[in-house]
Design a protein around this ligand. Sequence first.
Ligand SMILES: O=C(CO)COP(=O)(O)O
Length: 242
Amino acid sequence: MKSLIAGNWKMNGIARARSEVESLIERFGGSMPGDRDILICPPVTLLAAFAGSYSDEGILFGGQDCHAKTSGAHTGDISAEMIADTGASHVIVGHSERRADHAENDQTVKEKAEAALRAGLTPIICVGETREQRETGIAQSVVGTQLEGSLPDAMGVFVVAYEPVWAIGTGLTPTLEDISEMHDFIRSKTPEGTRLLYGGSVKPGNAKEILGISNVNGALVGGASLKAEDFFPIISAAPGEM
Ligand SMILES: O=C(CO)COP(=O)(O)O
């Protein structure tokens, strides 16, 4: 299995962020290493331009969210088909920021994941517990419920990202043992061959040890994916073919 290192730019990046993508490609000597998958999920305003410009260099592009329906009266929303139409290959669904800001629940996330698969995209389905849930010892049962409710019915290949809500943008990370335990648990609940990403305060300084955990097949990186100087060492820390 190839590792997948994905950058979620969230609501960051305007046209000049293009130079960060170019700088990343330059750091890899003009094209990305073929033994791992590198994905950038920029804001949708940049998605078509990026997917059209840099696919030859071996970077994959994806959306950060999609609507569950194909088309219709949904002002401001973007369908999975529209994302696929840009040349993107992936779409993140169920990020905790969307679960919180837009009251998305497991059912919504499942519908979005299924819409992504129908459009030919690989959904990256996010799950993760809050700090309180971890402290009260229910992290695994929370994630188990999210998986049960959010994973698509057998329709195709998807990716799961374990992102503890309390680790996102805080500089805090679970212990390596906790990550390992959760990933083993998620592995037991997902089809064979599903890639499992860890996300939450992945940085150049901790990437190697996190990416070295068995059943961690890559990372979903927020803040540290915005600058090529940070994203490059994270990608470099990923093992090649596993
Ligand atoms: O939410 C994340 C990626 O989707 C993680 O964000 P940070 O890497 O900034 O903690």
